[in-house]
Design a protein around this ligand. Structure first.
Ligand SMILES: Cc1cc2nc3c(=O)[nH]c(=O)nc-3n(C[C@H](O)[C@H](O)[C@H](O)COP(=O)(O)OP(=O)(O)OC[C@H]3O[C@@H](n4cnc5c(N)ncnc54)[C@H](O)[C@@H]3O)c2cc1C
Length: 567
């Protein structure tokens, strides 16, 4: 009895330890697109203004349940492999939390996987980039199968009869996560399986073998025996797979369900226990005579699948911009409500430097991603007109490798610094920042790790020496506007003068190429305060190795207020 009376009335007041105050309110109901001013401006600038209304609608949706609940639930309730059913039949299915399926449904219904291939509007890649960057701020994991479904299309078109069969299913705007015949559900999701235990970057070392069933050749049936060490989204309906033939590495389309409705010999050995990206399943698989059809010519597997790889690399750049934007929003929101030492953190001069620096990086990455997306539109237009090796195509090829290397490298430390602006709360799972941080290194590893991307830049330059000229032409559209940019471009040109050591210096060269492009985009079309801070710190040497080291003369107010989310 005594205990009860102490916990009520006067007793309760006596034991009340504290009021909760000086905490940021939940960031709910944000229009994730319209509040992202740098993205809105870039979408318009790069020609996809027609998508603004639609992107705002998506932005409002993403700021609701997807951002508040689905992403967290899908990460806390990670996928589970069910190898057998209760009777002992092999089923190789992965079970996901309903939140995962809701995210997938959102991605598919908003055409993140299909827009450039189905829309008749101009600059549809650019429009999709705006939508993708918005939707990815809810959660990154589901974007993996969405990206692969988007990226498989140009590779599949190397085999027109397979494209005719699968493209309508892949481009469907309805989502059905069941492992049943794609023709029955009227939709399909695609994955890709290249990486093996003995080699991922070097796919020519693949040991998986394809045996022809009826003579072989482009479009013909094969039986595949071997393994893949990384195969994400293994519940996808169909995969592009690399395997050896007598003619060398070739590309194959491997469905999980066979035309007669039975299951293909596609066996999931286990799921990876990953650093981040935990909502998504990444698996190790074995093919015990899996039925497949060849895509493209025998022995041309790498050039065939590279079409898919290129488009996934574009999404790595867009994804890095999305991650940075998420970090900036959390950092600005928290510091605008949290006080320390008598002032809101956002008003503390040193914190303003950190925040502004994070904003500058986020803006530069957004500008680069959107310019790159436009290059995909322009390159495709040229290809549709049967023009090859055009400026747009050369720029797209080179800028993809440059952009993937640099933006993916910048993302992890950006996530960390954004996290740190929240202090200890940022280290706590509920803040969402650990999820952002764990996700951040993935894009750099996947689809060409840092060194591989740098070497890819050199490969592109060797194959088409004119591509450097095209790249510099794009950068030099800002010539004369900022002396720091001009000086850095001159220095960049000198970096190509010693070909003997180019491979050893590749990272530095690619870094300079990326910085000059970002600087040019910001100087030409960006906000003057952002461009000035970028040129001072990233090009002119007036900055440190960490974020928060912009020179004191920067216009911090202008930089921060542009990125600040308005509720
Ligand atoms: C979460 C996740 C999901 C994935 N999903 C898939 C998937 O769905 N399908 C798929 O096929 N793969 C997938 N991968 C695999 C990924 O694409 C590979 O891990 C990546 O391509 C690197 O290959 P690797 O792991 O064999 O490393 P390696 O090729 O052994 O490379 C190791 C390191 O060496 C460097 N390196 C390689 N060659 C050189 C060189 N010549 N000079 C200097 N440095 C070099 C690389 O940059 C890298 O840093 C996934 C990976 C992860 C982490």
């Amino acid at each position: 009895m005594a205990t009860v009376s102490r916990a009520t009335g006067e007793g309760a007041a006596r034991f009340k330890t504290h009021e909760v105050f000086n905490q940021a309110p939940p960031l709910e109901g944000l229009d994730v697109f319209s509040s992202n001013r740098p993205l809105v401006e870039a979408t318009q600038r790069e020609g996809a203004g027609w998508v603004l209304g639609r992107a705002a609608e998506l932005g409002r949706f993403v700021g609701g349940a997807p951002q508040q609940e689905w992403g967290r639930l899908a990460n806390e309730n990670t996928p589970v492999l069910r190898t057998f059913d209760r009777y002992g039949h092999r089923i190789d299915e992965v079970e996901f939390h309903p939140a995962w399926h809701q995210l997938m449904k959102m991605g598919v219904e908003h055409e993140l996987h299909s827009l450039p291939w189905t829309s008749s509007e101009p600059f549809a890649h650019t429009a999709r980039a705006a939508l993708y960057m918005t939707a990815m701020q809810a959660e990154a994991g589901y974007c993996c199968p969405i990206t692969m479904t988007f990226a498989v299309v140009p590779a599949l078109r190397a085999q027109p009869e397979l494209a005719a069969e699968w493209e309508p299913l892949l481009m469907s705007t309805s989502y059905d996560g069941r492992l049943i015949p794609a023709s029955e559900k009227g939709s399909a999701i695609s994955g890709m399986a290249m990486t093996e235990k003995q080699g991922g970057s070097d796919v020519r070392a693949n040991t998986t073998v394809a045996h022809p069933l009826n003579g072989g050749g482009a479009g013909a049936e094969y039986e595949i025996v071997g393994h893949k060490w990384f195969c994400s989204a293994p519940m996808s309906d169909v995969f592009l797979v690399l395997a050896q033939t007598d003619d060398g590495v070739s590309c194959f389309l491997m469905p999980r369900i066979l035309p007669d409705g039975s299951r293909n010999e596609f066996h999931i050995q286990r799921l990876k226990d990953k650093l981040g990206n935990r909502s998504n399943a990444s698996s190790e698989v074995e093919f015990h005579g899996a039925w497949s059809r060849m895509v493209g010519e025998p022995g041309r597997g790498v050039p065939t699948i590279i079409e898919m790889v290129g488009h996934t690399r574009l999404d790595c750049v867009i994804g890095s911009a999305a991650g940075m934007r998420s970090g900036v929003v959390s950092a600005l929101h928290h510091t605008a409500h949290r006080s320390a030492f008598g002032k809101l953190l956002i008003d503390q001069p040193l914190m303003r430097n950190v925040l502004a620096d994070l904003c500058v990086e986020s803006e530069a990455t957004t500008a680069l991603a959107m310019r790159l997306a436009r290059a995909y539109d322009e390159a495709r237009e040229d290809a549709d007109a049967s023009e090859n090796e055009t400026d747009a195509q050369l720029f797209k090829r080179l800028a993809t490798a440059v952009g993937k290397y640099w933006t993916c490298k910048r993302a992890p430390n950006h996530a960390f610094e954004s996290l740190e602006t929240l202090g200890g709360a940022g280290y706590i799972e509920e803040s969402g920042m650990p999820r952002l941080y764990r996700e951040a290194p993935l894009a750099s590893i996947w689809e060409g790790s840092g060194n591989v991307m740098s070497l890819d830049v050199l490969r592109a330059l060797t194959r088409s020496p004119r591509s450097l000229e095209v790249y510099l032409h794009e950068v030099e559209q800002a010539a004369g506007a900022d002396a720091r940019l001009d000086a850095r471009v001159s220095e960049l040109k000198r970096q190509f003068s010693d070909p003997e050591t180019l491979e050893t210096r590749a990272r530095r060269v690619v870094e300079s190429m990326a910085l000059c492009l970002e600087g040019s985009l910001l100087v030409r079309d960006g906000d003057p305060a952002v461009a000035d801070a970028f040129c001072a710190s990233r090009l002119g040497g007036d900055g440190g190795l960490e974020y928060g080291t912009l020179p004191a003369g920067c216009d911090f107010e202008a930089i921060i207020s542009r990125s600040r989310p308005e509720l």
